[in-house]
Design a protein around this ligand. Structure first.
Ligand SMILES: Cc1cc2nc3c(=O)[nH]c(=O)nc-3n(C[C@H](O)[C@H](O)[C@H](O)COP(=O)(O)O)c2cc1C
Length: 376
């Protein structure tokens, strides 16, 4: 039974700031010897959690750790330009976890050593949660959760190969008949893993249903000393409060919620101190953020490729800003920096279709990939 969870459902808005009862004092979080500034982490989102996105989220404040999109260990070692692009980082992008996936211990081990030698990476994260068919059919991602000895062998190979803290991100198990996460987490802790992140769904659930907080709690209870990072469906401060309280996890990671609201990490870290926190960015501030991230993409990949890489993310930013569909399409179809800037200028001129330029905009839910996981 919960004793900490605050009885109220909604934060109160008083004089332009929110209040929601804060948690009881929580211990700070360390991954081995690496202390995190806050317990709020950015979950990897393939095609979104690139360096420009991580930079803007860090700029909004409150982020404890960011992880890049999953990187194929074998392709990385083969020098794939696409894989190397995913691990690009910069001085301010810290602490930074590089997430690798694969099913062969030697490749994972060598990829981890390669990343450590490259520098700029603070944590190696092993993916055991990816549900996508083309990853699981090769024995990687969530498929590893069906084979304890193989997974232990793989994790051990990585832990022994590097000095960096190694973490594992997993789901509750393959399906409801194989809820292996607690057992796996306990075994991984014994071989030197520094944290586990756990998305509270099984692989067969994909993104359907709701996150099983009691399943995450079982993982927390299974480990002795390492932090558990609870993940799934956290979009608001009450969602995070529930995650912390009902699971006993030490940290929380947020994926889609950060696309709708890149300020969520700052809000969470403010809330934890006193219960008071600022609203997310308003229309004008979000427009600045849209421009800023484009600038980062341009610096990294040039005008044209930068725009291509930015398209998916800017779509969600503009939806959250309540920009009308016709103008969002104009941004999607911009081929040059000038076209992009002109479209933003039109957006600035029109303002939001709902809410005001300087007030709090209505909340946005970012949907998940639809359809059976085999076809994603
Ligand atoms: C588009 C998309 C891409 C994702 N890519 C990854 C990934 O590369 N590695 C990973 O471990 N999880 C990945 N995930 C899972 C998320 O990290 C996270 O576990 C999941 O979305 C639940 O958290 P959320 O509700 O806060 O988004 C992805 C999820 C989505 C929706």
């Amino acid at each position: 039974m919960s004793i900490l969870f605050p009885p109220q459902d909604k934060p109160e808005l008083i004089d332009g700031r929110y209040y929601y009862p804060p948690p009881q004092r929580l211990e700070s979080v360390c991954l081995g010897t690496l202390p995190l500034g806050t317990r709020y982490c950015l979950s990897p989102l393939a095609k979104y959690t690139n360096l420009p996105f991580r930079r803007v989220v860090r700029g909004c404040g409150g982020l404890g750790l960011a992880t890049c999109d999953l990187v194929n260990a074998r392709a990385l070692l083969a020098g794939s330009a696409k894989s190397l692009a995913l691990i690009r980082t910069c001085e301010t992008d810290t602490p930074f976890a590089a997430q690798i996936f694969g099913s062969e211990p030697e490749y994972l081990r060598d990829a981890a050593q390669f990343l450590e030698a490259r520098g700029g990476i603070d944590v190696i994260d092993i993916n055991m949660g990816c549900p996508v068919d083309h990853v699981t059919k090769n024995g990687a991602g969530a498929r590893l959760m069906c084979n304890l000895s193989r997974s232990v062998e793989l994790v051990q190979a990585v832990v022994e190969a590097v000095r960096l803290p190694v973490t594992v991100k997993m789901r509750l198990g393959w399906d409801e008949t194989q809820l292996t996460a607690p057992r796996f987490a306990r075994e991984f802790e014994q071989i030197g893993i520094r944290a586990v992140a756990i998305h509270g769904r099984t692989r067969s659930q994909g993104f359907t249903g709701s996150v099983d907080l009691s399943g995450i709690r079982k993982v927390v209870e299974a480990v002795a000393n390492i932090p558990v990072i609870g993940n799934g469906d956290v979009r608001t401060i009450p969602d995070a409060a529930r995650m912390l309280d009902r699971t006993g996890c030490q940290a929380v990671s947020i994926g889609r919620g950060a696309l709708a609201n890149p300020w969520i990490f700052r809000q969470l870290s403010q809330w934890e101190q006193t219960g008071w926190y600022d609203p997310p960015g308003n229309f004008e501030e979000r427009l600045d953020l849209v421009r800023q991230q484009y600038q980062y993409h341009r610096e990294l990949d040039g005008e044209e490729h930068g725009l291509t890489a930015y398209r998916r993310t800017v779509h969600w930013y503009l939806k959250a800003m309540r920009v009308r569909a016709g103008l969002r399409d104009r941004v999607q179809h911009a081929r040059t920096g000038d076209e992009f800037r002109d479209a933003l200028e039109a957006i600035r001129g029109e303002g939001p279709v709902e809410g005001s330029r300087t007030g709090i905009l209505p909340e946005l839910q970012v949907p998940v990939p639809a359809g059976p996981v085999e076809r994603w």
